[in-house]
Design a protein around this ligand. Structure first.
Ligand SMILES: [Zn+2]
Length: 76
C-alpha cells in the first residue's frame, strides 16, 4: 500500500508529504511548523495561496525551528 500524498506549496515551492512531512529543497525534512517558522510566516501577507497557513496544523514554534543565526568569524 503506497498512497503518498504530496502537495507542493505554490508560494514556497516546498513539498508537503502526507499532510505532515515537509521536504525542503535543502537540508533535512521537517514538519509544517518548521516550514512556517522558516518560510510561510514571511510570505503570508504578500502572497496568498500558501498551503501552509492552517494554524491548527502548526505547533508553537521552538527556537530550533528557525534557521540558526549565521555568524561570520574572521580570523587573522
Ligand atoms: Zn507555503
Amino acid at each position: 500500500m503506497s498512497s503518498e500524498n504530496i502537495e507542493i506549496c505554490p508560494v514556497c515551492k516546498v513539498q508537503i508529504k502526507n499532510d505532515r512531512e515537509v521536504i525542503f529543497s535543502a537540508g533535512k525534512p521537517g514538519d509544517r511548523t518548521k516550514l512556517w517558522a522558516r518560510v510561510c510566516q514571511y510570505v503570508a501577507e504578500q502572497q496568498k495561496g500558501c498551503i501552509n497557513q492552517d494554524l491548527a496544523k502548526i505547533s508553537p514554534i521552538q527556537a530550533t525551528d528557525g534557521y540558526k543565526p549565521v555568524t561570520f568569524e574572521q580570523k587573522e
